[in-house]
Write a protein that binds this ligand. Structure first.
Ligand code: SF4
Length: 290
């Protein structure tokens, strides 16, 4: 397998075969993100991707999960993406799921019919970074998509029978706009009704533009206990009818939560109340990871 640069994948893809089909991120402007700042976005050649898949087939006896990296495999034309999924089906008949990241605008460009075709070819989950439900925060972080576009993209994914796994980031609005960020992020999940919602907690590395703002005092990070308050307000504002698996068990989180909404909402809020009362200890700063 040939990988260009550092490779990122969602935590739930820890045991997946990672196949790099694009390099970098089409947008690459989000102020908090340093993942692909050292890469110029490009699409890999089809013969290179097929060669990687054939090499992996020769090495691994059983491959049940495949994750298509980097930032956004949906930037591929439909024909090429279908050809990649066909090749996966031919070489790995035991593969049970193929997943990828999807930027909101690329999901919208694909449209529901193309997404349905990808689902039929084996694409089962699209990880979509909403980051926030607040238009102000989305503008501040230069997300390149509005709340309305993100909600529409999530609904399209689910309408195509693909599971949408939505990522939000606590602390992303800093100390000033945290209430708006929490309420709007919670109601985004209520309106979009994704199958999965994951909450990470902001950690900013030197390559991210926001790093300089923090160092120069233009952005105040939320204190850990305020992150818990924000998380509580966010969950209070999630009201879903369809089941949504909610997780905040990423290495960056101060408190690990996991439950299925709506039924586990009260249990998760109780866990947060115990943390606010000092009965549940929070992860130490030195143990947090991206
Ligand atoms: S957060 Fe996602 S869309 Fe934004 S720059 Fe990073 S990889 Fe690209």
């Amino acid at each position: 397998m040939r990988y260009e640069g550092n490779i990122f994948r969602p935590p739930s893809e820890a045991y997946s075969l990672i196949v790099q089909v694009t390099v970098g991120c089409t947008h690459n402007k989000c102020t908090f993100c340093s993942m692909y700042k050292d890469k110029q976005f490009h699409i890999k050649q089809m013969d290179e991707i097929f060669c990687d898949l054939e090499e992996a087939r020769a090495v691994y006896k059983r491959v049940e999960r495949i994750f298509l990296a980097d930032g956004d495999a949906l930037a591929f034309s439909q024909d090429r993406l279908v050809a990649i999924l066909d090749k996966i089906n031919e070489l790995f008949p035991e593969c049970q799921r193929v997943t990828t990241y999807g930027a909101p605008n690329d999901v919208l460009r694909k449209g529901v019919d193309n997404l349905r075709e990808l689902r039929q070819k084996g694409l089962q989950i699209i990880y979509i970074g909403a980051e926030s439900g607040s238009d102000k925060v989305l503008k501040d972080i230069i997300k390149g998509a509005t709340r309305a576009q993100i909600i529409e993209a999530i609904r399209l994914i689910e309408a195509a029978d693909i599971a949408a796994s939505v990522t939000l980031i606590s602390g992303l609005a800093g100390a000033h706009d945290w209430e708006d960020h929490a309420v709007q992020s919670g109601t985004l999940i209520s309106e979009a009704q994704p199958s999965y919602a994951s909450l990470l907690t902001l950690m900013v590395e030197p390559l991210a533009p926001l790093y300089k703002d923090i160092k120069e005092g233009r952005f105040d990070l939320l204190a850990p206990i305020d992150v818990i308050k924000e998380t509580k307000l966010l969950i209070e504002n999630i009201n879903v009818e369809n089941e949504c698996i909610f997780r905040s068990n990423h290495a960056s989180n101060y408190l690990s939560l996991r439950g299925t909404l709506p039924q586990d909402k009260k249990a998760m809020l109780d866990q947060l109340d115990r943390a606010l009362a000092g009965e549940n200890s929070l992860k130490q700063e030195s143990w947090r990871r991206l």
